[in-house]
Design a protein around this ligand. Structure first.
Ligand SMILES: O=C[C@H](O)[C@H](O)[C@H](O)COP(=O)(O)O
Length: 262
């Protein structure tokens, strides 16, 4: 790895490198979008070129598709793939339950479709992305351009009744013009501060006409690979988290497992 990388890029690259180890010959792989995912795509390309790894991949944005082709990965559509073995993607925030905020790069819609159509979603992130509560990073939602100001008003009204600290929304810009997603839609960024109940908020936002999808990913991520700037890489699995939850003492649990093996 180059010495000229910033600590944060080093952390992202380390996480990406580790996650690419999970890719096996013959797999159909979803490729995320963003700066961390770009490290992953480049590393996967190396494995294809140098080890002869045979995979096909479904990118989550035009940017990722271009990069994947450039590094020698065979790109197919999601409909051609039908289902994926594994998707590896970045995130803007993740919490202890592996709920995510995504969409900082505006690719949340394709990312959510692709991750949902995968046996496993692995998130790669530098350690700064871990939070106790989601929401410090503005939550992106994708809205169709028709009636976008009305949709925005409905979303703000909804937020007023919800368990969030803020309710300010901004239309994402790209220079002087509104940012457009690959589908030609707009992104509203919701400045919430702290999201008390991500699951409920995700459900409510999807009820607003005009909202195509939110960047809240709940119950989608299976594993998080966290890169630290000192070179350490940590892998957390959702199944290990479930075990931890089961171990929490509730009332008298003295012999909860006492029958096992009797
Ligand atoms: O739309 C973009 C994606 O959700 C990205 O995966 C997310 O914004 C993280 O990007 P980065 O790895 O550049 O921090």
């Amino acid at each position: 790895m180059s010495d000229t990388l910033s600590p944060i890029d080093q952390a992202k690259a380390n996480a990406a490198r580790k996650a690419v180890e999970f890719v096996e010959d013959g797999m159909k792989v979803g490729l995320g979008t963003g700066s961390t995912a770009a490290w992953m795509v480049r590393r996967l390309g190396e494995r294809v070129r140098e080890e002869g790894l045979r995979i096909v991949a479904v990118p989550t944005s035009s940017r990722t598709a271009a990069l994947a082709r450039e590094v020698g990965i065979t790109v197919i559509t999601l409909d051609e793939a039908k289902w994926l073995d594994l998707t590896i993607d970045g995130a803007d925030e993740f919490d202890a339950e592996m709920n995510l905020i995504k969409g900082g790069g505006g690719a949340l819609l394709q990312e959510k479709i692709v991750a949902t159509a995968s046996d496993q979603m692995v998130v790669i992130a530098d350690s700064a992305k871990e939070v106790a509560h989601l929401g410090a990073f503005p939550l992106p939602i994708e809205v169709i351009p028709f009636g976008a100001e009305v949709t925005r008003g409905l979303v703000e009204e909804l937020l007023g009744a919800f368990d969030v600290m803020g309710r300010r929304t901004t239309v994402r810009m790209s220079g002087a013009a509104p940012f457009r997603t690959d589908e030609g839609n707009l992104i509203l960024d919701l400045h919430l501060g702290r999201i008390g109940d991500p699951r409920q908020l995700a459900l409510m936002l999807n009820q607003v006409p005009g909202v195509v999808e939110s960047g809240l990913f709940v119950d989608i991520c299976d594993r998080v690979v966290i890169g630290h700037s000192d070179g350490r890489v940590e892998v957390r699995d959702i199944h290990d988290l479930s075990v931890k939850v089961m171990e929490l003492p509730v009332g008298d649990t003295t012999n909860i497992f006492s029958n096992i093996g009797d």
